[in-house]
Every structure is written in C-alpha cells, then in structure tokens.
Design a protein around this ligand. Structure first.
Ligand SMILES: Cc1cc2nc3c(=O)[nH]c(=O)nc-3n(C[C@H](O)[C@H](O)[C@H](O)COP(=O)(O)OP(=O)(O)OC[C@H]3O[C@@H](n4cnc5c(N)ncnc54)[C@H](O)[C@@H]3O)c2cc1C
Length: 436
C-alpha cells in the first residue's frame, strides 16, 4: 500500500470524512453513528441486502446498542425471538444446566434476541442510511492507498463501473474478508482452532414453554459441539462445529455430518426426530485469527476484520457492534480534535485488544475438558457456586467489565487447573461425535 498516490486529473472522486468498507453489523453501526454525529460518511457494501449470514444468537449486551441505534422495536416486530438464557449439556444427555441472564452478578439486561441475520443486518444498514450515511450496495472496495492525510479507495459496482473515494478516515468492517489485513499481510491464524461449522435451518423442532422457549441450546462433545437456536416463524437453526480434520477424515458430506452428529447426540436426537430441514446445509470454516494493528494512519479495523473468535459464546455480533460504535465515537473525537487523533486511536486500540483477549481466554478455557466438568456439575461448595453468577455475566457480554468480573474469570481458570490436577469434580467421559 504505497503512500503519496497521485490521482489522474479530472478523475471522478467522491470526498468524505469517513469511508466504511462493509455493511454488516460492525460497518452499519459505525456508519450510522458517524453520520448521526454530522460527519460525511460513505458505506460501501459488496452484496445486495438482505443477504444470508450466519451468527443468529445475540447477547443481552447487544440490546443497549440496538436501542442506541433506534431499531429495537423494528427488530422485535420483524421477528427477533426473546432469549433469556442458554442451556448447555454434554452430548450424552445429562440434564442441561441453564444459565439465566438475570441471575448474573453484576446483573445484565435480562434478555437478548435470536435473529435471522438477513433481516437484522438489513434493518441496521437501512437505519445507517436513514441516519444520513451514503450507503452504496453492490459496491466492492478493491484497493486502498494512503495519500497525504487521506485514504484513496478504488471501488467497483456490479456493472463494472469503477470510482474513487477520498476519505480522511477509513473503517475496515469487511468481516472475514479482512480487507486491510489481507493487503498488509497481517492476518495471523490461531493454531489449534481450525474448526469448521456445518449448519441448516429446520422446521418442526419443539420448543420449551414460557421463558425458556427462546434459549439457545448447546450440546457439547470433546471434539465439537452443536447449537440449536430458535428463530422466528417456527424455524430453528441447527449447527455443528468440529475440528476440520474430523470432518474430512469421517468422509461424509457436510449434510451427512450434521445428520450423523444429530442422530448420535442423545440430547438432540429426540428433539429433532420429527424436524424437517428447510435450507441447504451451509459450511463455513471457523478458523480463528487475529489481525493487527487495529488502527494505523487513520485506518481502523472493526468486527471480524480485527479477529474471528470461535462462536461458542455468541460473541461475534456483540463484539462487531461494540467495535463499530466505539470506533465511531473515537473517530468523532478525532475529527473534532485532529491534534489528539493519534492518542485517541491508540487508546481505542488498546481497549479493543483487551476485550478480544478477554473473550479469547474464555474460549480457550471452554475447549479444555475441565470446563464442562466444572460447569455441568455445579458444586454445592459455596466457593464454587459463587462463580456461576459471575460467569453468567461474562456469557451475557459484560466482560471484561469491572475488576471483580475479571478476577472471577481468573479464579474460574484457577479452579479448572486445580480440577485438572486433583479431580475436584467427577470427570465427564465425553465421547467423540464421530465415534458412534
Ligand atoms: C459458524 C458461525 C456461527 C456463528 N454464530 C454466531 C452467533 O450465534 N452469534 C454471534 O454473535 N456471532 C456468531 N458468529 C459470528 C458473526 O457471524 C460475526 O462475528 C459477525 O457477523 C461479524 O460482523 P461484521 O460486521 O464484522 O462482519 P460481517 O457480518 O461478515 O459483514 C461484513 C460485510 O462486509 C462486506 N464486504 C466484505 N468485503 C468487502 C469489500 N471489499 N467491499 C465492500 N464490502 C465488503 C461483506 O459482504 C459483508 O456484508 C458466527 C460465525 C460463524 C462462522
């Protein structure tokens, strides 16, 4: 990405304060808040919305952001299913433990939402346009280069027409495409987290009554896990996450793998006995990665363009929207006080990196067998019992949060280590999803 690019004379150039690349939750949130703050903002999105996207289970912490964008009513009216908690079980069928967000300490908002992402993302993008952002769909950012104090980005629409956007600041919200990191070769894959997901929508999956009807269910095995997410209009998202080698070596198609895993998971077999698959089975590689630096020369990365964390705790959309909102706030301050921009973006980067690292630790802990031994078999010991409300807050998206929450996560990790060495809870001998 050379600096000092020169533009051909009379080239069609649109100048703006901020260019946002990508109109997913991260980009829409950033574009919306920047436009609302009065900055000339352009959002380019390659696809034609609404478009399919995986990532349907939100966290309570999302709700405040949706309210800030003024779209909560619209999302609920168009089919957000209220989610008050999560049920987690081992695949063998032990009684599930239920996490209820309202039991968190500190308390979190009591409920989140399960959403069809095509609708959810479309609502967010339209709201950004209503707030004043210029939204260009079917428009792909092809490359960008630094020119003095600006970023010059070359974009192409679906008719093949190219144009140029000059922006003081650039927000890379291109998701797993990692637009900037790919150009800078700064994407680092996380070793040991080479997983793949196979998922589909089903009809006819029975739901619990009352408050539990919108719970996400996770059925966990030592080399993988399955999700069940109730969606609007009676459909249910079901997905399998396993190490990619396991999927390959089993020699099944993704569709067969999903069916096989359901059939050999007692916790879900009966639940899905009468269900009918109503969508193709999609496959997405879940490889976790991290891209740095988060902010350089007025270009910031948000959402999956920073990092992809394994989706087991449904943190993706929350981190994307939180990142988009906080980047918008930081850039708003930079545009108002350019002389302070470097310091503002440095402190923003630090906070984002810390938040991602916090959830990364939690995900690493989850994939240790001790995690479920402790979580699925809560002890009566007051010392251990007191950790559950703190972990509930973490699952609700409140982390890293106050110091005492961080301390509880450390304590939880310490207990996992003690259990690994001294077996303080009975061991759950979890089998493989593929061994049956
Ligand atoms: C299997 C799986 C399950 C998941 N489950 C959950 C879950 O239950 N809950 C949860 O919160 N998260 C989940 N996630 C994660 C979640 O989907 C993502 O974290 C979230 O979508 C990130 O939002 P984003 O805005 O950063 O990126 P995206 O939503 O991917 O949006 C990026 C947008 O940028 C556009 N784009 C890309 N390149 C360009 C370009 N060059 N020019 C213009 N536009 C471009 C794309 O078309 C896309 O619309 C899951 C992920 C996977 C893989």
């Amino acid at each position: 990405m050379p600096s000092g690019a020169t533009l051909p004379w009379k080239m069609d150039v649109r100048s703006c304060d901020v260019l946002v690349i990508g109109g997913g939750p991260a980009g829409s949130t950033a574009g919306h808040l920047l436009a609302r703050a009065g900055h000339d903002t352009v959002v380019v999105e390659r696809e034609d919305f609404p478009r399919f996207h995986i990532g349907e289970s939100l966290l309570p912490a999302n709700v405040a952001l949706i309210e800030r964008l003024g779209v909560r009513d619209e999302i609920e009216r168009l089919g957000g299913v209220p989610k008050f908690g999560a049920r987690i079980t081992s695949a063998r069928g032990e009684p599930p433990i239920r996490i209820r967000f309202s039991d968190g300490l500190p308390p979190s908002p009591p409920r989140a939402l399960q959403v069809v992402r095509a609708t959810f993302d479309d609502i967010l993008l339209r709201a950004a346009a209503r707030a004043g952002a210029e939204v260009r769909e079917r428009c792909e950012a092809e490359r960008t280069e630094r020119d003095g104090e600006s970023w010059i980005t070359h974009v192409k629409d679906d008719a093949g027409r190219t144009s140029t956007i000059r922006a003081r600041y650039l927000v890379d919200a291109s998701g797993r495409d990692t637009f900037l990191a790919r150009a800078r070769r700064s994407k680092e894959m996380a070793r040991g987290h080479r997983r793949v997901a196979a998922y589909a929508h089903f009809r006819g999956v029975p739901r619990a009554d009352g408050e539990e009807s919108g719970d996400i269910q996770l059925a966990v095995r030592e080399d993988g896990w399955l999700w069940v997410i109730p969606l609007a209009c009676g459909s249910t998202s079901v997905g399998l996450v396993v190490q990619s080698e396991a999927l390959r070596s089993a020699g099944r198609t993704p569709e067969e793998s999903l069916e096989h895993a359901i059939a050999h998971t007692p916790a879900l077999r009966d639940l899905l006995a009468e269900a009918e698959r109503i969508s193709p089975t999609h496959v997405t590689s879940n490889y976790s990665y991290h891209c740095g630096p988060l902010a350089r020369e007025g270009a910031v990365q948000v959402g999956d363009a920073i990092a992809f964390l394994d989706p087991v705790f449904s943190t993706g959309v929350w981190l994307a929207m939180q990142g988009g909102a906080s980047a918008a706030d930081a850039l708003d301050a930079c545009l108002a006080r350019p002389e302070r921009a470097a310091g503002l973006l440095e402190s923003w980067s630090r906070q984002q990196a810390e938040r991602n690292a916090y959830y990364w630790r939690l995900i690493e802990a989850f994939y240790r067998p001790e995690f479920l031994d402790v979580l699925l078999q809560p002890s009566q010991a007051p010392f251990l019992r007191s950790l559950v409300p703190a972990m509930t807050s973490v699952f609700a998206g409140l982390g890293p949060g106050p110091v005492r929450l961080r301390a509880r996560l450390r304590l939880f990790e310490f207990i996992l280590e003690m259990h690994r060495r001294f077996e303080i809870r009975p061991r759950l001998a979890l089998g493989s999803v593929f061994d049956a």
